[in-house]
Design a protein around this ligand. Sequence first.
Ligand SMILES: [Zn+2]
Length: 160
Amino acid sequence: MNGPAPGTVEVAVRHILSDRTTGFLTRTRRITWKDSLYRMRRPTSGTQSVELICPVCEASLLAEVRTEARTRRTSAVLLVLAALSVLVFVAAFGYAVHEGGRTLPEGQSLPAVFPVSIVSVFVTFVAAPVLFARGRRYNGVTLLDAPKPRRRHGIMPVRG
Ligand SMILES: [Zn+2]
């Protein structure tokens, strides 16, 4: 690991150069951008707002930086939620297969939890990978505001 020095975080200010969607039946989205690296110092407590200037268009972007401890906590919570989603997915999927595959006695309908398990399967199927990716990438830096030019910008995590 040769990540950034302790107490600092590296981010990339992403300036979107073009964002075009072409094609009719098969749509292709082509995005080009320019990333500029920034190293920011983390606050020792609370959160800190840092102004970053996009070197491409000189737009002023306001970022919020959290402490190392809080970043680690949030990241851990996201990963725990991802793990819980996997557990709920497995349980709900198993239940749905079990209940749905049963031959019911005449006049008996499926229990009310059955639709709940189906919904849970779909929700957790989407949520688990999203939460996992967020937890892995979370660096405690969020883009608060990008006022002046209305061109799109992003602050991307940089992995050490
Ligand atoms: Zn820019």
